[in-house]
Every structure is written in structure tokens, then in C-alpha cells.
Design a protein around this ligand. Structure first.
Ligand code: XIL
Length: 361
């Protein structure tokens, strides 16, 4: 297991131009971590093991700014068990070691997701294979520092035409609609102390499909509660976008209240912003992105059931939103709190202000 040596982190901090931090080892009051922890909130980011292993200054920024992180793909089924019964824990173990070394929490992600099923399993998907995966992962990663797990990811899809709005995924086809309750029940039995979440996307704007997704998600929660399935929280991915889709603060506030009213917590799990016009001046682009985030978080952090915010990346240096076409044009999507040189952007200032305004949990 490759664990980032503390001296490497300190060197990384120094290279960030925060030599004083490196010497004292005390995070500046203005870090996102300090602002979040002061209010009992999570502030995290999705990261990859190779980024923590190979990019010391980035690893230092993660340790300095985050109270939690989410393995971007290392704990997904297809990454974990490419060959049946041969689970590769090394990458995830190295990330857990980093978290423990720096006192960070981890959001486990994602045990059951239709876009990460090993080829051998998708050829003949059985409950035994799913159950073996869930048990193996949660026996190893079901305790500290895993406060929350995205047990199921993206199970809603109204466009698949089902009355219950469930995605017609390989899991649903092979196991029937109660696979969700069965998976949550097994997860609770295996890891009674970690909080179990269902994680969903496209719930943020006031479009027809997103209103439908909100309605179907609320119905799913009702059916899970009726079945006495253990569900602690809902992850809202919050992949925001600058494309003028209608946004209603009132409708979002109402939706969050309806979630909280069902006795579930809420985590913002994959916050980022997909830009629309990358040809604008950089400061204008950054202002537009920060304004989109502020509009959203001003509503979200007002909801007491919200446990925290995780961005899907910490720096534009590593973002799934930057496409090869953008790179070919010498562009990156600037939809994360820090830019590719790891300098803070207005997005970071917006998060900090939102956290500092938030009521303590
Ligand atoms: C994405 C990762 O960012 C990519 O690196 C990977 O190749 C595919 O998955 N919603 C999710 C995340 O729940 O798991 C996805 O992560 C992004 C969309």
C-alpha cells in the first residue's frame, strides 16, 4: 500500500505557498474543512488513488481543505472485482490509509450502480453475486472512517416508463424491484454503524424530467419505509449546469423539506458545474460558475437535514467534466473550487461563505 508520507504532504503544502501552514501544521481558519467542521458539516471531494499517490501538492490540498473524500471509482464493483472472487482492495486500502493518516472521513461509493457491473456478473446477474459483493465491501469498509455509503446509485429513471419510476437496470431485470430494499437490508446487517444512502442525479432544476425524478424518488422512499427497509439518507449529486434550465429555489426548498419530512438525511454528493461557454474571459466564467453554486447552496444549506457537501473533484486539474475536445482546444471546464494550479477560485469563496452562513448541525 502506498501511503503518502507526512513529509510529502508538508512539502506539498509548502509548494502551495502556505509554508507557514507546513511549519505549524495548523490549517488556516479559512479552510473549507475548518468552516465545515465548525458547523458539524462534511466538506469533501471525489478523488482518485493515483492523484493522492502521484500528485503531492494536490494530496496536500485534499488533506488541508477536506474533512472527507469519496473514492471516484476505486470502490465501484467493476473496479473492485474485475474477475469473479478476485477482489482488488489495494487501491481502496491505500485511500483509506490516507484518510486515517489525515483524519478524514470517507463517503463509500457505490455498491450497486448499473454503470459499474463486472462483465462476468452482468452476463448472469444473481442475488448471490450482488450479496457477496455488498458483504465483502462492507465487512472491510463498513466502519470508521466510512460515515456514509452510497449503497445504491441512480436507481430512478422515469424515462424507462415504469409506474414506480425505477431504472430498468440489469439489477431490476434480474432481481425485481425489491432488490433495493434487499440490498439496504443486507448492508445494514453487515455494517450497522455506517449511514446508508441512495444517491441520485438530476433533481436540482425545475424541468419536467427533474420534477418527475423528484416525485419518483419520494415515492421510492415511501415504499422503502413501508417495507421497513433501512434508509438513512439521500445523496443528491448536484451536477449543476450553465444552460439556462429553469431553476426554482422554492421548488428545491420544498423538495428538500419533503425528503427531510420522511426522516432521511440529505447529502450533496457530487457538486460541480458544467460550463456552457468556455470562450468567455476566465474571470467572467468563474463568476458565472460561482453564482450558480451560490444560488443553489443558499437553498440547500438552509435545510437542517443536509449533512454536508461533497464536490465531484476539488480542482479543475482533475475533473470528469473536462472532455478531450476541451483539452484539444487548450481548455478545461472550470467547475470546481480550485483551478488547475490549485489556486482558489470564486467557487471556493462561495462554498466558504455558504458554510460560514450555515446553521450548526
Ligand atoms: C464517474 C467518474 O467521475 C469517472 O471518472 C468514471 O469514469 C465514471 O464515473 N455519477 C456518479 C459517479 O455517481 O459515480 C460518476 O463518476 C459521475 C456521475
Amino acid at each position: 500500500m502506498t501511503v503518502i508520507a507526512r513529509r510529502t504532504i508538508l512539502a506539498g503544502l509548502a509548494s502551495l505557498g502556505v509554508a507557514s501552514l507546513a511549519r505549524t501544521g495548523h490549517a488556516a481558519a479559512a479552510t473549507l474543512k475548518a468552516a465545515a467542521q465548525a458547523r458539524g458539516l462534511i466538506w469533501g471531494a471525489a478523488v482518485q488513488q493515483t492523484q493522492l499517490r502521484d500528485d503531492a501538492e494536490f494530496a496536500a490540498l485534499v488533506a488541508q481543505q477536506c474533512s472527507s473524500f469519496t473514492p471516484e471509482w476505486e470502490m465501484k464493483w467493476a473496479s473492485m472485482e474485475a474477475r469473479r472472487g478476485q477482489r482488488n482492495f489495494a487501491r481502496a486500502d491505500a485511500m483509506v490509509a490516507f484518510a486515517k493518516q489525515h483524519g478524514l472521513g470517507v463517503r463509500g461509493h457505490a455498491l450497486v450502480w448499473h454503470r459499474s457491473v463486472p462483465d462476468w456478473a452482468s452476463a448472469n446477474l444473481t442475488w448471490d453475486a450482488v450479496a457477496a459483493h455488498v458483504e465483502a465491501m462492507l465487512k472491510r469498509y463498513g466502519g470508521a472512517p466510512f460515515a456514509q455509503w452510497d449503497v445504491l446509485n441512480e436507481v430512478i429513471e422515469p424515462q424507462d416508463g415504469r409506474d414506480d419510476g425505477l431504472r430498468n437496470s440489469p439489477f431490476l431485470k434480474a432481481l425485481g424491484p425489491d432488490y433495493i430494499a434487499r440490498t439496504l437490508t443486507l448492508a445494514r446487517a453487515t455494517a450497522p454503524n455506517t449511514k446508508l444512502y441512495v444517491n441520485e442525479y438530476s433533481l436540482d432544476y425545475d424541468s419536467t424530467i427533474e420534477r418527475a425524478r423528484r416525485d419518483k424518488l419520494l415515492r421510492l422512499i415511501d415504499s422503502l419505509k413501508k417495507a421497513n427497509a433501512p434508509l438513512d439518507g439521500i445523496g443528491i449529486q448536484a451536477h449543476l449546469r450553465i444552460d439556462r434550465t429553469p431553476f426554482s429555489a422554492e421548488a428545491l426548498r420544498k423538495f428538500l423539506a419533503e425528503l427531510a419530512g420522511r426522516n432521511v438525511k440529505i447529502a450533496i454528493t457530487e457538486l460541480d458545474v458544467r460550463e456552457q461557454n468556455l470562450e468567455l474571459p476566465t474571470d467572467e466564467r468563474d463568476r458565472i460558475v460561482a453564482a450558480e453554486v451560490k444560488r443553489y447552496l443558499d437553498v440547500v444549506l438552509d435545510e437542517p437535514a443536509v449533512t454536508g457537501i461533497t464536490a465531484w473533484g476539488l480542482s479543475d486539474r482533475y475533473s470528469w467534466r473536462t472532455t478531450p475536445e476541451m483539452i484539444a482546444k487548450g481548455r478545461r471546464n472550470r467547475g470546481l473550487p480550485f483551478d488547475e494550479t490549485l489556486a482558489p477560485k470564486p467557487f471556493r469563496d462561495t462554498i466558504l461563505a455558504a458554510l460560514e452562513r450555515a446553521r450548526p448541525r
